[in-house]
Ligand binder design. Structure first.
Ligand code: IMP
Ligand code: MG
Length: 187
């Protein structure tokens, strides 16, 4: 344990350790490096949840690349998707002709990324792919191609390594299942 030990008390269990995350992120970085050989992709980080994954992933990629940040709202403080998606902070660049990789923390219902893929297609990107740390296929509500993911996980609410509950737990180095007693009192 380290100086985030108090946060671990709110977990039911650790689901994915920092060592497992590091190995998976490295593998994904190698895969993307191969797939995008000769290209200069634009990595779009979806704030704030993807930040930790993003900063690790880009350092495992041996390509010239560019960074952009976007903020989308879909959840509020609850653990269930509201289905409402809107852009709070947009990109700073024109994406015409660019190969975009959207970097996300988790694909749950798929609503957020299905919306974003359409947005970038409308803006004439050359290609748009998704790289997500976590994927919850059982929860999908729309059809969505998820080209890259590190882990498929069961239907549980998880926090850590960037993922939050009510803006907390993002700094946990591992990924854990949040104890239901934490959100039961808010619902
Ligand atoms: P989607 O549109 O339902 O796919 O929502 C994806 C977003 O919901 C993610 O970017 C997260 O912010 C949030 N989310 C979904 N499941 C979890 C979870 O288990 N823990 C933390 N955030 C989650
Ligand atoms: Mg998010």
């Amino acid at each position: 344990m380290n100086n985030t030990a108090t946060l671990y008390q709110d977990l039911e269990r650790v689901l994915i350790t920092r060592e497992e995350i590091q190995a998976a992120v490295k593998r994904l970085g190698e895969q993307i490096t191969k797939d995008y050989e000769g290209k200069e992709p634009l990595f779009v980080c979806i704030l704030k949840g993807a930040v930790v994954f993003y900063t690790d992933l880009i350092r495992e990629i041996d390509l010239p690349l560019n960074l952009e940040f976007m903020s989308i709202s879909s959840y509020g403080a609850s653990t269930k998707s509201s289905g409402v998606v809107n852009i709070r902070k947009d990109l700073d660049v024109d994406v015409t002709g660019r190969d975009i990789i959207i970097v996300e923390d988790i694909v749950d219902s798929g609503m957020t990324l299905s919306f974003l893929k359409k947005v970038f297609a409308t803006r004439n990107a050359a290609s748009v792919r998704i790289a997500t740390l976590l994927n919850k296929p059982a929860r999908r509500r729309v059809e969505l191609d998820v080209e890259y993911y590190c882990f498929n996980i069961p239907d549980a609410f998880v926090v850590g390594y960037g993922l939050d509950y009510a803006e907390k737990y993002r700094n946990l180095p591992d990924i854990g299942v949040l104890h239901p007693r934490i959100y039961a009192k808010d619902e």
